[in-house]
Design a protein around this ligand. Structure first.
Ligand code: FAD
Length: 588
C-alpha cells in the first residue's frame, strides 16, 4: 500500500490540476454572462471513453497520449518501469476512492456524455405525454420565458444557460418519474425551487430538464410537542414561520436566507443567515430527515423523526450543500426552535477592528445574542439614501445586535453591553424599549441589501460572500475595501460578524466595470482562503466558486466528493457543472 502511495503523492504535487489558482483564473476570465438559448446538445465523436465504460471499472482509462506519458514518467521515476506497466493498466474504476492523482486523471479521461439532440427531444416528448396523461400538460413548458427564469438569475453574473424544458412536479412519485426519463435519455436534470441562489446554482450548462418543486409547498404535519414539522421542499421558510405564528405555536425555523427561499433550496445551498451566530447553519441539525429521489430513481428516507440518532453516519447531511447534485429532496422533517422575545441595539464604532473586537467580546461573554451584524460606513450611507428604514443612522461602521430574553432581563443586558462596547470605542448606543422599537431599529439591517443600489444611479450589484475566522475579519474587510477603492469600484461590506461571514456588494454600471468587479471579487475570495477561511460562508458553490475548492479543501477532499458523486450519479445526470471541478461532461 505504501509503495502505491508514494509516487501518487508526488504526482499530486505536480499535476496542473492542483494549481487551483489557475482553475480560478480560468473561471474569472470566462465571458461574464451568456443568456444563450440552450440548444439541445449534439453528440460529437470523441477520443475519450464514455462514463458508462468508466464506471464498469473493468478496463483502464483511454487517456490522451499526454496524460499517459505523464503517468509513465512520474511513476517510472519512483517505482521503475515494471511497476509502472502493471499499475497504469490497472487504473481504478471511477467509483472507487483511490489516490487523488489517479482518480482525477481517470475522471478527466472518462467524462460523462449526455444524450443526442434526438434524445433530448424524446425526453421532452415522453415528459409531455406523461403529464398530459395526468391532465397536467401545462406543467411541462418549453416557453422561452420559463426557460429563462429557470436558468438565469437576476442576481448572478456568471455564465448562465437555460434548460431545454421546465417541468413542475407535485409529488415524490412525479419527481421519480422525471428522473427515470432523464436517466433513460441521458438528459441532465437541475432542481429549482425558490430561485434565490446567487452563484449560478440553477443554470443548465448542458440544457436539459429543470425540475421545479415550488408547487410542492405543503406543510404536512406539525408536532408542537416534538418541536418539529414535516414539509414539502417548496415551502418558503418565511411562510412556514408566518404559519406557525398565525397558529399561535411559539416555535420557529431559524435558518433565514433570502425571503422566498425554500426548504429544498436552503438544504441544497447549506444556507444560513443572521440567526447563525445563535442557531448555527443548515449543517446544524435543523434538517432531521429527508425523503430523497436518488439519481437512480430510488426513493430513500435518511432517518426517522427522533431528535437524536447515532444509527450510522449522517446521510441527511450528504444532501446539505450538495446543490441538488446527489438527489432531489421531496420531503423534509425540520426541527423547530422556541420563539423568544427579542430586543435590538445599534452602536457605532471608529472602524471595523473595534466593531469586531466588541462583537466578539459580547458573544464570548455569554450575552443572549441571537444576531450580531456588522455594516460598514458606506452601507449605512446607502441605508440613509435608500430611505427604506424609516430613520437616519450615523454613516460610520456599526453593529446591529438582536438579544433574546424577557423585558426584565433586557435592561441588565442593555447596560452591560453598552459599557462593554464603549471600551472598544462604541458610541451612539441605542437600545429598543419595545417590540415596535426593536422592529423599527432592525429595519435598517434588513434594508441594507436593497439600499446599496441607491448609492449609484443605474447601477447593478454583484454580491458575494466569504467567511474567515472571526479574528481575521477586520483584515479581510480592510484589505478588500482598500482594494475595491484602488480599482475605482464602489462597494459595501456587511455581514454576520458573529460568524466571521462578510458579504461584499460591488456596484457597476457597464461591462468594463463588471470585469473589474469580477477580478476584485476573485482576489477577495483568494484573500479569504489565505486567511484560513472559505470561498463561501453561506451562498454555496454553484458555478461561481467551483474553481476555488481544490485550494480551499485540498485535492484529496475534492476527490472524495467526486467519488461520492460518481458512485451515486455515474452519468452525472443531476445538476451538472456545479461543485465538482474535475467532472466536466462532454460539450456537445
Ligand atoms: C436578497 C438575497 C438575500 C440573501 N441572503 C442570504 C442569507 O442571508 N443567507 C444565505 O444563506 N443565503 C442568502 N441568499 C441566497 C439564497 O437565498 C439561498 O442560497 C437559498 O438557500 C436558496 O434557496 P432557494 O429556494 O431560492 O433555492 P434555489 O435557488 O431554487 O436552488 C438552490 C440550489 O438548491 C438546489 N435545489 C433546489 N431545490 C432542491 C431540492 N428539492 N432538492 C435538492 N436540491 C434542490 C438547486 O438545484 C440549486 O442548486 C440571499 C439571496 C438573495 C437574493
Amino acid at each position: 500500500m505504501s509503495v502505491v502511495t508514494r509516487p501518487l503523492l508526488t504526482l499530486r504535487r505536480v499535476t496542473p490540476l492542483n494549481t487551483a489558482r489557475g482553475v480560478g483564473r480560468s473561471i474569472r476570465l470566462q465571458p461574464i454572462r451568456h443568456n444563450s438559448t440552450s440548444v439541445p446538445p449534439r453528440q460529437t465523436p470523441s477520443a475519450l471513453s464514455s462514463s458508462s465504460s468508466s464506471s464498469s471499472g473493468s478496463s483502464g482509462p483511454k487517456g490522451t497520449p499526454i496524460s499517459s506519458a505523464f503517468y509513465a514518467l512520474s511513476l517510472a521515476l519512483f517505482c521503475g518501469a515494471g511497476y509502472l506497466i502493471g499499475n497504469v493498466s490497472a487504473l481504478p474504476p471511477s467509483t472507487s476512492l483511490v489516490d487523488s492523482s489517479f482518480a482525477i486523471a481517470h475522471q478527466l479521461a472518462n467524462q460523462p456524455k449526455y444524450g443526442s439532440h434526438k434524445d433530448y427531444h424524446s425526453a421532452i416528448e415522453e415528459l409531455t405525454q406523461l403529464f398530459e396523461s395526468k391532465g397536467k400538460g401545462d406543467q411541462v413548458s418549453t416557453d422561452d420565458a420559463d426557460l429563462e427564469s429557470h436558468g438565469i438569475s437576476d442576481w448572478s453574473y456568471h455564465e448562465a444557460k437555460k434548460p431545454t424544458v421546465v417541468v413542475w412536479v407535485d409529488s415524490t412519485e412525479e419527481v421519480q418519474q422525471v428522473v427515470k426519463i432523464a436517466q433513460k435519455w441521458k438528459v441532465p436534470i437541475t432542481p429549482f425551487s425558490g430561485g434565490t441562489s446567487l452563484e449560478g446554482h440553477f443554470s443548465s450548462p448542458f440544457g436539459g430538464i429543470s425540475i421545479d418543486v415550488s408547487r410542492m409547498d405543503k406543510i404536512l404535519e406539525i408536532s408542537e410537542a416534538d418541536g418539529d414539522v414535516i414539509v414539502q421542499p417548496g415551502v418558503k421558510w418565511d411562510d412556514l414561520n408566518a404559519h406557525l405564528a398565525k397558529k399561535g405555536i411559539p416555535l420557529f425555523f431559524p435558518l433565514d436566507p433570502a425571503p422566498g427561499a425554500t426548504i429544498g433550496g436552503m438544504a441544497g445551498t447549506s444556507c444560513s443567515g443572521t440567526n447563525a451566530v445563535r442557531y448555527g447553519t443548515a449543517k446544524a441539525e435543523w434538517f432531521l430527515n429527508f425523503t430523497v429521489v436518488l439519481p437512480s430513481g430510488e426513493v430513500i428516507k435518511t432517518r426517522q423523526r427522533a431528535r437524536k440518532s447515532s444509527a450510522g453516519w449522517d446521510t441527511t447531511k450528504l444532501f446539505i450543500g450538495a446543490e441538488g447534485t446527489l438527489g432531489i429532496i421531496t420531503e423534509a422533517t425540520l426541527r423547530l426552535a422556541p420563539l423568544l422575545p427579542t430586543k435590538v441595539a445599534v452602536v457605532t464604532f471608529p472602524g471595523v477592528e473595534e466593531a469586531v473586537r466588541a462583537a466578539t467580546e459580547v458573544v464570548n461573554a455569554g450575552f443572549p445574542v441571537q444576531c450580531v451584524e456588522y455594516l460598514d460606513g458606506r452601507t449605512m450611507e446607502a441605508i440613509n439614501k435608500g430611505g427604506m428604514a424609516g430613520k437616519q443612522y450615523k454613516e460610520v461602521d456599526s453593529l446591529f445586535f438582536k438579544f433574546q430574553g424577557s423585558d426584565a432581563s433586557m435592561s441588565e443586558v442593555s447596560k452591560s453591553v453598552q459599557s462593554l462596547t464603549k471600551k472598544h470605542g462604541g458610541a451612539n448606543f441605542e437600545f429598543s424599549k419595545s417590540d415596535k422599537e426593536a422592529k423599527d431599529l432592525w429595519e435598517g439591517r434588513k434594508a441594507a441589501l436593497w439600499s446599496v443600489l441607491a448609492l449609484k444611479d443605474g447601477a447593478r450589484v454583484w454580491t458575494t460572500d466569504v467567511c474567515v475566522p472571526i479574528s481575521k475579519l477586520p483584515r479581510l474587510v480592510r484589505e478588500t475595501s482598500e482594494d475595491f477603492e484602488k480599482r475605482g469600484i464602489t462597494a459595501c461590506h456587511f455581514g454576520h460578524v458573529g460568524d466571521g461571514n462578510v458579504h461584499s456588494l460591488a456596484l457597476f454600471t457597464n461591462e468594463e466595470e463588471l470585469k473589474v468587479v469580477e477580478h476584485a471579487v476573485h482576489d477577495m475570495v483568494e484573500r479569504a482562503i489565505r486567511l484560513d477561511g472559505t470561498c463561501t460562508g453561506e451562498h454555496g458553490v454553484g458555478v461561481g466558486k467551483i474553481g476555488y475548492l481544490p485550494t480551499e479543501l485540498g485535492v484529496g477532499t475534492v476527490n472524495l466528493m467526486e467519488t461520492v458523486k460518481r458512485t451515486l450519479d455515474p452519468h452525472n445526470i443531476l445538476n451538472p457543472g456545479k461543485i465538482y471541478p474535475n467532472i466536466k461532461p462532454q460539450s456537445q
